[in-house]
Design a binder for this molecule. Structure first.
Ligand SMILES: [Zn+2]
Length: 184
């Protein structure tokens, strides 16, 4: 974890520690040494207190946009907010035009655990513009965080639909496309 933070800090400072993988390999060590040399620290490749302070005080302040007040977060053990991000890819919104309904997320977690398999979200939130673009109905529940399209690899859409109904959700099965629209 600490190695990951160091790698991120090095990357943000313009050094190349290799992939941010939490492993302090040769590339990470040389990046630390390069950083230390530039900062006139003893280039021993070890992150002691001086290097630590130099590394973490040089971090650029996070850029905060007015709409991005909260960082996307883990919602349940198996679902992260990013999985429900609007699929406009940032063209029309910041990805989160609404909050996902927490009761829906709990039900998805329940279904996921019932099959003990990853439940793949193909569409969560949608902003108005994106919804029009994909031909969604004007009052689509995707607009307000009350719907998610999903599938489980290797599980039929009908089994998924049954489990979703058991969990108290409304279901539309898109058999040809191989997913279920689940809503609360
Ligand atoms: Zn959008």
């Amino acid at each position: 974890m600490y190695a990951t933070l160091i790698q991120e800090a090095l990357t943000n400072s313009g050094y190349d520690p290799g992939p941010v993988d939490g492993i302090a390999g040769p590339r990470t060590i040389s990046a630390i040494k390069a950083f230390q040399s530039d900062r006139r620290l003893n280039p021993d490749g070890m992150v002691g207190p001086l290097t630590h302070d130099a590394l973490f005080s040089s971090q650029p302040k996070a850029i905060t946009s007015p709409t991005a007040t909260v960082e996307p977060k883990q919602l349940t053990p198996h679902f992260h907010q990013n999985e429900f991000r609007c699929c406009c890819e940032g063209r029309y919104c910041d990805g989160f035009p609404a909050e996902m309904n927490s009761a829906l997320i709990s039900a998805l977690e329940e279904i996921r655990n019932f099959f003990n398999l990853p439940l793949i979200i193909t569409s969560g939130l949608r902003c108005q513009t994106r919804n029009r673009e994909v031909g969604g109905i004007p009052y689509s529940k995707h607009l307000v965080g009350n719907a998610a399209d999903c599938y489980i690899s290797g599980i039929s859409v009908f089994s998924l639909a049954d489990a979703a109904r058991q969990a108290g959700l409304g279901v539309i099965v898109y058999q040809d496309d191989g997913f279920c629209h689940l809503e609360i």
